[in-house]
Design a protein around this ligand. Structure first.
Ligand SMILES: [Zn+2]
Length: 408
C-alpha cells in the first residue's frame, strides 16, 4: 500500500491537474466526450485538506463523468461530496473509519453499530469497498454486513478473492456484488465466476493490462462482449495522489470502449453503473420507509419516474434506465399510499401510444417482490414516439396512474 503522504512529484502533478481543471473546464468540450460513471472513488480523510470537497468534485466533473460511486475512510468524506452534489455522487458506505482498518475491520464488532446507524439515517447504494479474503468472509461481522445489504437491497463492493465471493453468495444468493478490480484475476477466472453468479458485476479499477493504445486484448474483448451488463469502469483513489489518475482513467476508458460495439461501450461506460445505483437507491428508500413506518420516501429518487394518482404514488425505475425502440426492458415499481404508508394491494402495468390508439405487441408479466414492491418484465416499445405507462392499483385504495415517456 502506498504511503498516504504526498511526495513532491505527486503534489506537483496534482497541482497541475487542478490548474487544468480550473482553466479548461468547459462544458461544451466535455459534452463531446462519452459520459462515464466512475464506480471506484474514495475521498478519505487524508485527501480532504489537500483537495477540498468543491475541488474534488471539480476533478470528477472535469473528467467528463456523469456520476461517481464514492466510499471513504471515514464516511464523512463521502458525505462532504454528497452534500454538494446529491445527484452526482452515489454514496457507498465503507466500514472503515480511518486508513489502516482494511485488515482488521472483520474482527471489530463496533463496525456493525456504525453501519447500522448510518444506513438508517441516509441513503446508500452499497456497502464497501471492503477487503475480505478466503474464509474471513464467513466471520460474524462480515455475515452481518451481508445481512444488512440484503435487508436494504443494496450491493456489496468487495475487494475479494474468488473464494470470498463464493462464500458471500453462499450466505445469500440474492445479494448483488460489485467485485472490486474484477478480483485482480485473469479473464478466464472472471468468466467462470460471472457464468455461475448472475448477481456478480465487476469494476475495472486499477486494471490497465487488458488494453493498449485503445485496443483491447482479444480474450478481454470477448469477455466484455459475452457479459456486457456486468462490467463498469473505475479509478480507485486509494491514496490522495491517485486523484490525479481520475482524468487519465477516463481518457484510457474512452479509448478502449471505442474498440467495442457502441451498445456494449455505453453499458460498460455508463448504463450498468447507472442501473446499479438507481435500483439500489430505490431499494434503500423502500427499505427505509418500511422500517421507519412513518413515510414512504420512494419518490425521493430523482432518477425514478414518479406517478401521482388520486390516493397513491408509484415510483418506476426502468431497467435498463435508457429505453430503446424495439428492445425489451423491465421495471421495478414501488407503490405508496398518499399518506406515506405502503400500498398493500395488487398492481397491473401496461403501456399504450395514445396518439396511435394502440398498445404494445408484448405481454407484460408483473410479479410482487415485496411489500408495495413489484417487478414488471417483458415491456417493449416497438416504435418511436410518446408512450404512456399505465398502472392500475387495486385493493383498499384503488387508483390509476399514468406517465408519458418519449422514446426516440
Ligand atoms: Zn478501492
Amino acid at each position: 500500500m502506498a504511503s498516504p503522504r504526498l511526495d513532491r512529484s505527486s503534489m506537483i502533478r496534482l497541482a497541475a491537474v487542478l490548474f487544468a481543471v480550473t482553466t479548461v473546464s468547459c462544458p461544451a468540450a466535455l459534452a463531446q466526450e462519452r459520459a462515464l460513471i466512475d464506480t471506484h472513488i474514495h475521498y478519505s480523510h487524508d485527501a480532504w485538506e489537500m483537495l477540498p470537497p468543491a475541488q474534488a468534485l471539480e476533478v470528477l466533473r472535469a473528467a467528463g463523468l456523469s456520476r461517481a460511486f464514492v466510499s471513504s475512510s471515514s464516511d464523512e468524506g463521502t458525505q462532504k461530496l454528497y452534500a454538494l452534489a446529491p445527484d452526482f455522487i452515489v454514496p457507498v458506505l465503507r466500514p472503515y473509519r480511518r486508513r489502516g482498518e482494511l485488515s482488521t475491520w472483520m474482527h471489530d464488532e463496533t463496525v456493525i453499530d456504525m453501519l447500522e446507524s448510518r444506513l438508517a439515517a441516509s441513503p446508500y447504494a452499497g456497502i464497501g469497498e471492503f477487503h475480505v479474503f478466503g474464509a474471513d468472509a464467513d466471520l460474524p461481522v462480515v455475515r452481518r454486513v451481508v445481512e444488512l445489504a440484503g435487508q436494504y437491497g443494496i450491493f456489496l463492493h468487495a475487494h475479494a478473492d474468488a473464494e470470498a465471493v463464493e462464500r458471500l453468495f453462499a450466505q445469500d444468493p440474492d445479494i448483488r456484488i460489485l467485485w472490486a478490480h474484477s478480483g485482480f484475476t485473469g479473464p478466464n477466472r472472471i468468466r467462470q465466476m460471472l457464468a455461475v453468479h448472475d448477481n456478480l458485476q465487476a469494476d475495472l479499477a486499477f486494471r490497465g493490462e487488458f488494453a493498449q493504445g485503445g485496443k483491447l486484448n482479444p480474450s478481454w474483448r470477448q469477455l466484455f462482449l459475452d457479459f456486457p451488463e456486468r462490467f463498469m469502469t473505475g479509478t480507485d483513489t486509494y491514496t490522495p495522489e491517485r486523484w490525479y489518475a481520475v482524468a487519465d482513467t477516463a481518457t484510457f476508458s474512452r479509448g478502449w470502449l471505442a474498440d467495442l460495439p457502441e451498445k456494449v461501450a455505453t453499458l460498460i461506460g455508463h448504463d450498468n453503473g447507472s442501473a446499479l445505483a438507481d435500483r439500489a437507491l430505490a431499494n434503500w428508500s423502500a427499505a427505509q420507509a418500511s422500517q421507519s413506518g412513518t413515510s414512504c420516501v420512494a419518490d425521493a429518487q430523482q432518477r425514478a419516474i414518479r406517478l401521482q394518482g388520486a390516493d397513491n404514488i408509484a415510483v418506476i425505475i426502468l431497467d435498463p434506465s435508457a429505453v430503446a425502440v424495439g428492445e425489451v426492458f423491465g421495471a421495478d415499481i414501488v407503490a405508496c399510499r398518499a399518506d406515506g404508508s405502503t400500498f398493500e394491494g395488487d398492481l397491473l402495468l401496461d403501456a399504450t401510444m395514445p396518439a396511435h390508439g394502440h398498445g404494445m405487441n408484448n405481454a407484460v408479466a408483473v410479479s410482487r417482490t415485496g411489500s408495495g414492491r413489484f417487478r414488471a418484465d417483458g415491456l417493449m416499445f416497438h416504435m418511436p414516439g410518446v408512450w404512456r405507462i399505465h398502472i392500475e392499483l387495486s385493493g383498499s385504495s384503488p387508483d390509476e396512474l399514468n406517465a408519458d415517456l418519449t422514446v426516440r
